[in-house]
Design a protein around this ligand. Structure first.
Ligand SMILES: Nc1ncnc2c1ncn2[C@@H]1O[C@H](COP(=O)(O)OP(=O)(O)OP(=O)(O)O)[C@@H](O)[C@H]1O
Length: 212
């Protein structure tokens, strides 16, 4: 699924990722941990093809993410830590996702409602005017409805209330079967019963990689 070999990413003189090798497979539910600045976001951005490696290789579902960005993204359902400031209305955003990723619109609405969000009543609102939690719920619903090979959730529950968190993990339990699922999270206790592998980064290196 994801093969990373001797990956180094340098900004200026600093190695944000320092010779990382990892293989992540479809049965893996992984938490990637590490202190602020450990390199988690740099790793995810490299997987998404947003950064060109300084050295080393990455392969995502057979694609080189930097060279085949569109193909790579098509395999991944990604929910960022900070929702982007999208200026489309909610319905325009959903329609765009439906068209570009062949998603079922009703499924997005249904997934939102499972997280107690009546998204239809917000269709005309500009996406960035939704509350933080609403944005996160909608992006989660879109990522899940895409039914990708790989899920990447970067602090997905940061803006969710306790009930929203509970429904998120209920939904993920169902949809993460046979899909590589990666959580970047500082809330280890929250995801501990969702994951079967723990990876810890420190100063750009993998300092822990264990199955649990
Ligand atoms: N675009 C960039 N330009 C320069 N330095 C960067 C860039 N992106 C990341 N870095 C540096 O790389 C290091 C790792 O940052 P990264 O954002 O990957 O950490 P992180 O583990 O995601 O941290 P956090 O938990 O705070 O989100 C930091 O020292 C950061 O300053």
């Amino acid at each position: 699924m994801i093969k990373i070999k001797n990956l180094t990413k340098t900004f200026g003189t600093q190695n944000s990722l320092d010779n990382i090798s990892l293989e992540l497979n479809k049965e893996d539910r992984v938490i990637i941990m590490g202190q602020n600045g450990a390199g988690k976001t740099t790793l995810i951005r490299s997987i998404l093809g947003q950064y060109i490696p300084t050295s080393g290789d990455i392969e995502v579902s057979g694609f080189n993410p930097f060279k085949n960005r569109v193909d790579t993204i098509s395999k991944i359902g990604f929910v960022p830590q900070l929702p982007p400031p999208i200026k489309l209305t909610v319905e325009e955003l959903i329609n765009f996702a439906v068209k570009s990723s062949n998603i079922d619109k009703d499924e997005i609405v249904e997934l939102c409602s499972k997280m107690d969000l009546d998204i239809k009543s917000h269709f005309r609102k500009i996406f960035f005017k939704l509350s933080g939690g609403m944005k996160q719920k909608l992006l989660i619903a879109i990522a899940i409805a895409k039914r990708p090979e790989i899920f990447i959730f970067d602090e997905p529950t940061a803006n969710l209330d306790p009930k929203g968190r509970e429904s998120f993990y209920e939904i993920i339990k169902e949809y993460s079967k046979n899909r590589l699922t990666i959580f970047i999270s500082h809330r280890i206790e929250e995801v501990s019963n969702m994951v079967n592998r723990k990876i810890e980064l420190d100063l750009g290196k993998v300092v822990l990689d264990e199955k649990i």
